[in-house]
Unconditional design. Structure first.
Length: 209
């Protein structure tokens, strides 16, 4: 029997993850059955269960991968000199998620924000998923903090700026924009970019008058 290549195994795993993510985004985690996933990816139960034991493992793998993608984007940004400012960096992260997760596109619509809402809801009741989420979130915060320290090195921020506070705030901006897309309809990332640029242009001394 011919040995299956690692490339084939990786592609099959990718196919299953993308199909499951699309199902969860469309119908919600609890309303989606493994049969729905099998139908979406057009694979047998044996082929899917070879990689994942069930929905819980699927959603955990999706969450871990997304957070790793976000962390990697910030880690790479921290290596730039200087790093891109938030009005460039945060939209870049959202565009990166679109680029590396083509399976979460449904008829041209980016449905990842809807999946994100589903994940948040499930995290509140699923301890194992909460652990995955918290671990990934901590890594993303740490990566953002590296970016902030590089801003300081470049003279773009005061030395006493709280790196963790800024990291949490920038993450919240990205999460909030995605949540708006899930709840109120899609908007181009240029909208977020324009809003951030306007906020960054404010003069603190003028605002205090």
């Amino acid at each position: 029997m011919a040995r299956v290549s690692q490339e084939h195994l990786d592609a099959r795993r990718r196919q299953i993850l993308d199909g499951a993510a699309l199902c969860f985004a469309r119908n919600g985690f609890h309303a989606t059955s493994m049969q729905d996933v099998l139908k979406e990816v057009d694979l047998s139960a044996g082929a899917v269960y070879r990689y994942f034991s069930g929905k819980e493992e699927l959603i955990g793998a999706i969450v871990a991968e997304v957070l790793e993608t976000v962390r990697d984007t910030y880690e790479r940004a921290a290596l730039e000199s200087p790093p891109p400012l938030p009005d460039v960096l945060i939209p870049r992260v959202l565009e990166q998620l679109k680029a590396v997760r083509p399976g979460v596109l449904d008829g041209g619509e980016w449905v990842f924000p809807r999946l994100m809402i589903q994940v948040w809801t499930e995290t509140l009741r699923n301890h194992e998923l909460a652990v995955v989420m918290n671990t990934g979130y901590d890594k993303v915060r740490a990566a953002w903090a590296k970016v902030v320290e590089r801003y300081k090195d470049a003279g773009l921020m005061p030395e006493d700026a709280d790196a963790d506070a800024m990291a949490r705030t920038m993450i919240a901006l990205a999460q909030g924009f995605a949540a708006q897309q899930a709840l109120f309809g899609t908007a181009p990332t240029e909208t977020l970019q324009d809003g951030l640029r306007a906020l960054m242009s404010m003069e603190a001394s003028t605002a205090r008058r």
